[in-house]
Design a binder for this molecule. Structure first.
Ligand SMILES: Nc1ncnc2c1ncn2[C@@H]1O[C@H](COP(=O)(O)OP(=O)(O)O)[C@@H](O)[C@H]1O
Ligand SMILES: [Mg+2]
Length: 249
């Protein structure tokens, strides 16, 4: 459903993404994007989201030319993002319930008066209680804030989630539970994940296929098990060596 072809992004003189091609099928599905820091992973995600401008290449969503789109409204609903930085992503002065209500209003997703009930539903979907609607972000744990970020993304009923290091800011036990949530949501809402991570265990859990970026280029792509357990490229082997315990090894 999402097709990236020969995507190239420069920041001034820096060639951050160099002719990258990727295919993300209809959900439930997951494509992992791994690579060392600075390899261009986030830039690919931002270009797909139209948050940075691509120099060349194409992004197609169900056949439509994303980079040439004048009106992004429908695309912005279909393709949502969850960032690592849960603190920066939520307004500190806004209660969780208000933040979610705002999304529902902006996109006119439910009739006026039905918003509060929908907020409770969204919170339940990510494993939070109705009571959390009254809290401010600083009154939540990191894992709870990440769940609110996910609920906000889900509010518009997206088809694709770009997940940029979605568990990297969380400690290990919390990470495991957020991963479970991502697994569950993927099936329940038939979501496609473009999962950016340097954590190979996370990719292994949520993605059937994985691409490896090295200096802006895809150097390897294939079934996740194959890429992680029988890596062909030296940079994949380096990434693997950096992981103390990869499940299944
Ligand atoms: N806003 C920016 N301005 C200039 N250079 C950037 C910017 N964002 C990223 N870069 C550079 O682009 C390259 C790819 O970065 P990034 O996509 O963030 O990699 P990753 O997510 O894999 O760590 C790096 O060399 C980085 O320094
Ligand atoms: Mg990054």
């Amino acid at each position: 459903m999402l097709e990236v072809r020969d995507l190239t992004v420069r920041y001034g003189g820096t060639l951050a993404v160099d002719r990258v091609s990727l295919t993300l099928p209809d959900g439930p599905a997951g494509l992992g994007l791994i690579g060392e820091s600075g390899s261009g992973k986030s830039t690919v995600g931002r270009a797909v989201l139209r948050l940075v401008r691509a120099q060349s290449g194409t992004v197609r969503y169900n056949g439509a030319d994303v980079l040439g789109m004048r009106r992004l409204g429908a695309y912005r609903k279909a393709v949502q993002v969850v960032f690592q930085d849960t603190e920066g992503a939520l307004s500190p002065r806004m209660r969780v319930g208000s933040a979610l209500t705002e999304v529902l209003r902006v996109h006119r997703l439910v009739p006026r008066g039905a918003e509060a009930a929908r907020v409770v539903e969204l919170l339940a979907d990510v494993g939070l209680d109705a009571e959390h609607a009254r809290r401010f972000p600083h009154e939540l744990s990191g894992g709870q804030r990440q769940r609110v970020g996910i609920a906000r993304a889900l509010a518009v009923q997206p088809r694709v989630l770009v997940l940029d290091e979605p568990t990297s800011a969380l400690d290990v036990t919390v990470q495991a539970r957020v991963l479970e949530l991502f697994e569950r949501l993927r099936e329940r809402h038939a979501l496609s994940y473009l999962l950016i991570s340097h954590d190979l265990a996370v990719v292994e859990r949520l993605c059937e296929r994985t691409a490896v970026l090295h200096r802006g280029r895809v150097v390897e792509e294939g079934p996740t098990r194959q890429v992680l357990h029988a890596p062909q490229h030296a940079s994949t082997r380096t990434l693997r060596a950096a992981v103390p315990r990869l499940p299944g090894v």
